[in-house]
Design a protein around this ligand. Structure first.
Ligand code: AVI
Length: 321
């Protein structure tokens, strides 16, 4: 996982493109077709995701921010003095900023992200805002295994931060595995985990079918990215965005639905799509508070306080490692 750091940027880029090519080839070959949602996040996809977070229908970001704002003092009290924050994924600096502002002498901030570029940008922003803070970016794929620097001498707890309900984009097996790996690197500390909650399906549906079509553009960008990077010939206007709540599985599913019979070529190989056939691009699992706590305990955590908003839309969990 640390290889990317050692490779020159063009070589790292090539390796990433090869991984995308292999996964797209597999996605086009298997039935039903599906691909990992991690491929949404090229530069354009990350921009579109930032736009999603501002949409009136997309409640998770603003609700989690409100919970963080309201309960930052209690959360900081759980952390204790001189804690260090390990953030899984270098998100926007706003959320971690709320924590840092409430903490008593934060010792260090370790953002972990697979994209060195994204990391460098958010590290620079945080160093600007907190000149006294030790910021140490780690380029790694935190869904694999993880090596972190040793705790600083005199530091307090190591606290993991995984906001945004990104855990919901993992399969249940991946979520359990992630929590086990996180538990190992946080042993003796804790994990602060954001999880979106099960709710009225109409509210969920609207959040992934916004009126402005930003989520549709985000979904379709996967095909545009594939055309740009892999030379496929997806006809974007021949695929429709589809997102719906699968209640028995407690998840939003996103698909790209073929509007007609057509074929797509990758590396000289043609792949046929029937009308209505889909490429499954994302799951976004929703949790109950008790379900999430049970999952965390299965991974070896001790579930602690939970903070939610008054409408119980979103939850923030303190999980002792
Ligand atoms: C990043 N992740 C938690 C988002 C979600 O809600 O599952 C990604 C997203 N997909 C469509 N809209 C937002």
């Amino acid at each position: 996982p640390m290889d990317q750091e050692l490779l020159a940027p063009p070589a790292a880029q090539e390796a990433a493109t090869r991984g995308f090519a292999a996964d797209m080839a597999r996605a086009l070959t298997v039935h039903p077709r599906s691909i990992s949602p991690k491929y949404f996040y090229d530069a354009r996809g990350s921009q579109l995701f930032d736009a999603i977070c501002e949409l009136p229908e997309y409640y998770p970001t603003r609700t989690e921010l409100a919970i963080l704002r309201r309960h930052a003092p209690e959360i900081a009290a759980q952390m204790g003095p001189r804690a260090e924050i390990v953030e899984f994924g270098a998100g926007s600096c706003v959320k971690v900023g709320l924590l840092l502002d409430a903490m008593e002498q934060p010792a260090r901030y370790l953002p972990i992200d697979i994209s060195g570029e994204h990391l460098a940008a958010s590290a620079a922003e945080l160093r600007g805002r907190y000149p006294a803070l030790d910021v140490q970016p780690v380029v790694a794929d935190y869904t694999q295994r993880l090596l972190l620097p040793a705790l600083l001498p005199g530091a307090g707890r190591r606290v993991g931060f995984f906001p945004g309900s990104t855990i919901g984009n993992f399969t249940p097996a991946e979520a359990l595995h992630f929590l086990q790996v996180a538990g190992q690197v946080l042993r003796g500390g804790a994990l602060l985990l954001g999880a979106d909650l099960v709710k009225d399906p109409a509210v969920l549906h609207a959040a992934y079918n916004d009126a402005q079509g930003v989520t549709a553009a985000f979904n379709l960008n996967l095909l545009a990215r594939s055309n740009r990077e892999l030379g496929t010939d997806f006809a974007l206007e021949q695929f429709a965005h589809s997102a719906f709540y699968n209640a028995p599985l407690q998840r939003i599913e996103m698909h790209l639905v073929s509007r007609c019979r057509q074929q797509v070529t990758l590396d000289g190989q043609a792949h046929a799509f029937d009308e209505g056939e889909t490429l499954h691009t994302e799951n976004s699992y929703k949790f109950t508070v008790d379900g999430l706590r049970a999952l965390a305990e299965r991974a070896g955590f001790r579930a602690g306080p939970v903070w939610t908003d008054p409408q119980r839309m979103f939850s923030l969990h303190w999980l002792q490692a």
